[in-house]
Design a protein around this ligand. Structure first.
Ligand SMILES: Cc1ncc(COP(=O)(O)O)c(C=O)c1O
Length: 339
């Protein structure tokens, strides 16, 4: 687990006097380092990393991700929009979302997104309809999001293997092969075995696609928020997955779309402390319901207003707390930054 940022007092003071608090501080060097560590842990020769920007859509951070050679994974058209603003080539953006209506699907294809993992027969049909209505569209890389209750639980998202023949027929009518399978384990999983035990079943499902060319093994990789807690074992995961892909009779491209695993360790949050009824109202952050929205800085201010009706009177104790960026705020370390 990455240690908390060793910010010198002067840096903290300068940042806080410029930007106020609560303040998120991201360390670009740590982000770059994590990106490299994750990338190096998967030896499979044709692996593409696509940062899942649903976990943080800050354009400055996305630009760093792009500079380090990763593409982008988009859950929504909004994610794509931010990615394009950050300068990503649409060819390096993978879309795997749900529930697009026709204008949204048109927008996605109009942006030039060429790899889409569809989560239902209806979305696949819509995508194909829009594709065929676009004159001279370049071919799409189409994949299916896998719905397999033994792996994915009882989920509304995804296409079941028994629906694959119908999906293949829909794509073929549009002149497109179904070349990909996308698997999403569910977010925040530190148990490496939850992923490695799934490899065989996911590959067996993918083999049911006659034109199978790529496997998107998704995101969901955890981050060790708890001190001494389990950490996802990237080298073990990378070795096992690469080994299994090397055993395939055809060349399979691998896509991996880490979200929090890439970004969480590089951020610290300096919250605003304030007094209420004589007590430091600090635990307020722990009340925030688990939601990925929490990963977006403006949410902090909204929460303050929500709980108090108006922004609380700022109180500056003789120290700041550095909180590891997390959905649930599991641990907090206070550091002496006397002012
Ligand atoms: C399909 C998909 N991929 C990747 C992610 C990235 O998140 P994480 O890897 O942090 O779970 C998400 C998050 O919701 C997702 O839905």
């Amino acid at each position: 687990m990455a240690e908390l940022a060793p910010f010198p007092l002067e840096t903290a003071q300068a940042l806080l006097s410029s930007y106020g608090s609560p303040l998120y501080v991201y360390q670009s060097a740590l982000l770059r380092q994590t990106i490299h560590q994750i990338a190096q842990s998967i030896p499979h020769p044709s692996t593409q990393f696509r940062f899942a920007s649903v976990t943080n859509g800050n354009i400055a951070l996305l630009q760093i991700v792009r500079q380090e050679g990763w593409g982008l994974h988009a859950n929504t058209p909004g994610d794509i929009y931010l990615g394009l603003q950050a300068g990503f080539d649409p060819q390096h953006i993978v879309y795997s979302g749900s529930n697009l209506n026709r204008p949204e699907m048109e927008q996605v294809l109009h942006w030039g997104i060429a790899t889409l993992n569809l989560d239902s027969l209806a979305q696949l049909q819509l995508c194909c309809d829009v594709y065929t209505s676009f004159p001279s569209s370049p071919p799409l890389k189409l994949g299916l999001r896998l719905n397999l209750p033994e792996l994915t639980g009882d989920s509304r998202i995804g296409v079941r293997p028994e629906e694959f023949p119908a999906a293949i027929a829909i794509a073929r009518q549009a002149g497109l092969p179904l070349t990909g399978l996308h698997f999403y384990r569910g977010t925040g999983t530190n148990a490496t075995q939850s992923f490695t035990n799934a490899i065989h079943t996911v590959i067996s499902a993918a083999q049911k696609l006659p034109d199978w060319q790529y496997l998107d093994f998704g995101g969901g990789f955890g981050y060790p928020y708890q001190h001494g807690g389990a950490a996802f074992d990237w080298p073990e995961f990378g070795a096992q997955l690469s080994d299994r892909l090397a055993q395939q009779s055809r060349k399979i491209d691998l896509v991996v779309e880490p979200g929090r695993a890439a970004i969480a360790g590089c951020a610290v949050l300096w919250p605003k402390w304030f007094l209420s009824n004589g007590k430091v109202k600090f635990k307020l952050w722990a009340l925030i319901p688990p939601s990925r929205t929490f990963l977006f800085p403006p949410f902090m201010v909204v929460i303050e207003k929500f709980l108090h009706g108006k922004p609380p009177k700022p109180y500056t104790p003789p120290m700041f707390a550095e909180i590891q960026l997390t959905r649930e705020i599991i641990w907090v370390k206070t550091v002496s930054y006397p002012l």
